[in-house]
Ligand binder design. Structure first.
Ligand code: KIV
Ligand code: NA
Length: 263
């Protein structure tokens, strides 16, 4: 399989091929995702939830992400490796760059950070210095205390307008990929149509250019209530390998997410 690169993501969007992404935190699961044909693995700061047991992603450190990125990179052959910059590691362009360098040295090929308009200068600073950037808008979990909880975003007219401005600002600043989390499907679809770069939805409907899920969530390993946008692919598919393969096919053929997974 040819390696998935940042330019190939743009080509996939241009030819209408959906991009299938999953989180991975270790070499073994990363190798399974890669062998099944996932386009990208994300070392998400969701590891604070699913590996470390925290209620939020705020305690996750750069060293945590770097450690797991190095493990995932060793398990990956073709999938694009994207690593999250954790909370508090990109407050200035210089901090963002120095911390992105640490993640790229660990094996990341792109970094992801949460925010819109306010991050434009930082994104430009990174991209000019050869750090490919994935931005993340909508329900950005590092903002949980600013939001007052994990709430669907973009439901009001003002919220929808802000999301549109954020998406445009990060694209203009040079971001090559955009994760849109927990916003109404119609809005995420509009935003996707308004951009040239690919969008990756999670709880954002089928109109995005691709999808991402937290690996533990799609295998049915999560504490508490299943979020609306999650589907357990393990129960119907019998093995981790088959579950991951079925997820990738469902993203590619547009059957996941369905209306029942969408706000
Ligand atoms: O940390 C994470 O896993 C993420 C994805 C859910 C987008 O940011
Ligand atoms: Na994240």
């Amino acid at each position: 399989r040819t390696a998935v690169t940042v330019p190939r993501l743009a080509e996939m969007r241009a030819r209408g091929e959906k991009i299938a992404m999953l989180t991975a935190y270790d070499a073994s699961f990363a190798a399974v995702c890669d062998a099944e044909g996932v386009d990208s693995v994300l070392i998400g700061d969701s590891l604070g939830n699913v590996l470390q047991g925290h209620r939020t992603t705020l305690p996750v450190t750069l060293a945590d992400i770097a450690y797991h990125t190095a493990s995932v990179a060793r398990g990956t052959r073709s999938a694009l490796v994207i690593a999250d910059l954790p909370f508090g590691t990109y407050g200035t362009p210089a901090d963002a760059f120095n911390n992105a360098v640490a993640l790229m040295r660990a094996g990341a090929q792109m970094v992801k950070l949460e925010g819109g308009e306010w991050l434009a200068e930082t994104i430009r600073f990174l991209v000019e210095r050869a750090v490919p950037v994935c931005a993340h808008v909508g329900l950005t979990p590092q903002s949980v205390h600013a939001f007052g909880g994990f709430k669907v975003q973009g439901k009001t007219d003002a919220g929808a307008e802000q999301l549109r401005r954020d998406a445009l600002a990060v694209e203009q600043a040079g971001a090559q990929l955009l994760v849109i989390e927990a916003v109404p499907g119609a809005l995420a679809n509009d935003v996707t149509q308004s951009l040239a770069i690919p969008t990756i939805g999670i709880g954002a409907g089928a109109g995005c250019s691709g999808q991402v899920l937290v690996l533990h969530d799609m295998l049915g390993i999560f504490p508490g209530k299943r979020p609306r946008f999650v589907k357990n692919f393990l129960e119907e598919n019998g093995s981790v390998q088959n579950a991951i393969g079925a997820y990738i096919r469902a993203v590619k053929d547009g059957s996941f997410p369905g209306p029942e997974h969408t706000f």
